[in-house]
Design a protein around this ligand. Sequence first.
Ligand SMILES: Nc1nc2c([nH]c(=O)n2[C@@H]2O[C@H](COP(=O)(O)OP(=O)(O)OP(=O)(O)O)[C@@H](O)[C@H]2O)c(=O)[nH]1
Ligand SMILES: [Mg+2]
Length: 130
Amino acid sequence: MTSRTVAVGIIRNPQHEIFIAQRPEKAHMGGFWEFPGGKVEDGETPLQALTRELHEEAGIDVGQATLLSTGQHNFGDRQMAFYFYLVEQWKGEPCGNEGQPVRWCPQQELDPEDFPPVNAAIIRQLKAST
Ligand SMILES: Nc1nc2c([nH]c(=O)n2[C@@H]2O[C@H](COP(=O)(O)OP(=O)(O)OP(=O)(O)O)[C@@H](O)[C@H]2O)c(=O)[nH]1
Ligand SMILES: [Mg+2]
């Protein structure tokens, strides 16, 4: 079974809205909403991968990122380890840099059912934190 590490950015503005994107229908977990991010490449730290991915996918330069939690998920055909970072400082305006649908969602309105299963715990944690 393949095993990958994924770095994910929870981009949160001062109004406690979170920037989310919809995965393409044909992608793994297609149609679900996600926090922008992606796979850690060989030779990268998770934080470096986060910075690269948020530049590529959301068009921003990460200023500071705080590791909130980690998670593991066995998708049946693949095993993945997740690093969930809170990003509250960045340069630029988050956008769907790859043409993906995006929106700002109030933190309290995040619905775990809209996200892949591994996101449920971090969404619960976020909603309990305010
Ligand atoms: N980015 C992101 N991926 C997530 C989340 N939750 C979750 O299960 N995933 C899974 O983690 C993996 C992340 O890979 P990705 O598709 O974003 O990877 P990537 O940006 O490097 O894309 P690529 O493989 O097309 O180069 C996918 O299998 C995706 O289904 C999430 O909140 N954000
Ligand atoms: Mg990605």
